[in-house]
Design a protein around this ligand. Sequence first.
Ligand code: DLL
Length: 434
Amino acid sequence: MNAAIWNREETLAPEAMRTLQLERLKATLARAYENVPFYARRMQAAGLVPESVERLEDLARLPFVTKTDLRDQYPKGLFAVPDREVVRIHASSGTTGKPVVAGYTRNDLENWTECVARIVRMAGVSDGDVAQVAFGYGLFTGGFGLHYGLERVGCTVIPASSGNSERQVLLMQDLGTTVLVSTPSYALHLAEILEDSGVNRDTLRLRVGLFGGEGHTEAMKHEIESRLGILDTQNYGLTEIVGPGVSGECLEACGLHINEDHFYPEIIDPDTGEVLPDGQEGELVLTTLTKEALPMLRYRTRDITRLYREPCRCGRTTVRMATVRGRTDDMLIIRGVNVFPSQIESVLVGIEGIGPHYLIIVTSEHYMDKLEVQVELVDGSLLERYSELERLTAHIRHQLRTVLQIDAKVTLLNPKTLERTTGKSKRVLDLRNR
Ligand code: DLL
C-alpha cells in the first residue's frame, strides 16, 4: 500500500465498501431508532422500521434531518447515548439562534482522529512536519479536530489557535512551521502580514496549507499558492457530522476524497429532495455510519457539490466530491438571477490591480434589487488618478456582467479597508427586507 494511505478502508474495492457501509448503516439505524425518540417518531411517521432498509438505496426512503430539526432538539435531543458516555462537546457558532451541539463518545473521538489523520496524509503531511494550527481551539471543531489527527501521524503540532497574526508569523519563523492549518481567508491575511512586515518568504519553511472551514475558488487557491509559496490543499467537514475529517484533497488535486466508510454521501435536488445520479450537482446529504453519540441520518448540509467515482491516481478508491460551489442558503437571488458569491470571487481574483478581499452588498431600492461589490485597490494612489480608476471600474463591471448577467455597482476602496477575520470570512451583506 502506498505509504501516504493511512487506513486500508481508503482502498477497498467498491463492492467491499458497499458491504461495509450497509452493515454499519443497519447498526446506526437500529441504534438511532432505539435510543433517539426523534428518529423513532420520524421513521414511524414514514411507515418505516430499521429493518425496512435492506439495501443502501433504501436509505432514500428515510426523511431528511435539517438544521431546524437540530435547533428544535437543542441541546441534546438527538444524542443516542447517556450523558456519562459523552466525553467531548463541540458546537457550531451559528449566525442565527442557538448553536448546534455535537457530542462525542470515546470511540467517536478515535474515529474522528483517524479520519483527520487520513486527510493529513492525503495532503502529503507526515512526521517530519511542523504544523501550526491557526483554527480556534474551543467549541469550534477546527482546532481540536485537526490537532489530534496531525498528532496521530506524528507531526509536531503548534496549537497557535486563531488570531494574533504577528505572533503567528513569529511562531512560523522561530519554530520552522511547514504546514499552515487555517481558513483560506486567514491564510491570505497572513500572507499580507508577511509581506507588510518585510519577512522574506524564503526564510520560512512553509510548504503546504491544510485549508477548510469555508470555500475558496480555484482563483483564490492560486493566489494563496503564489503569495505564500505553498501547496494549497483543502478539506471539508461540518459540526453536525463530526467537524473536519469528512473529506480532503490528495496530491492529485482532483476533488475531495470522502471518508465514506464513516460518512455516507448522497446528492439531492434541493427543491424536490430527489436523489440525483453521480456526476450531477446538487445538495450534499450525509449519513453517519459509525457515530455513537450523535448519529445523523440523511442530514441536509446545504452545501452544493457533486460526487464522482472514477479511480484516482493516488490509489484511494473512495468516492470524491467536487469543491463546494456554495451553499443553498448562500445563493443570492438578485433580480431573479441566481448569484453565488463564489462566482463573484472567481471574477475578482483574476483581475490585476485589486486585492483578493471583497464585500458583496445587496440592497433594495423601490423594489429593485441592487448589487454592489466592494473591493480593495492594491495601489491606493490610483484613487487620485481618475481616468485609470474609471477604466478599472468599468473593466470589473464588464467582467461581472459577463459572468452574472446582471449589472453591479463596483466600489474601489483604499488598500486594507475591508475587515479581516481570523476565522471564517463574512463576504455578503444582504440588506434587503426579508
Ligand atoms: O467548519 C468544520 C471544519 C473546520 C472543516 C476546519 C474543515 C476545517 P462548521 O463550523 O459547522 O464546521 O461549518 C460547516 O462550513 O457546511 C460548509 O458550508 C463550510 N465548509 C467547511 N469546509 C469547507 C470547504 C467546520 N472545504 C460548514 N469548502 C459547511 C467549502 C466548507 N465550504
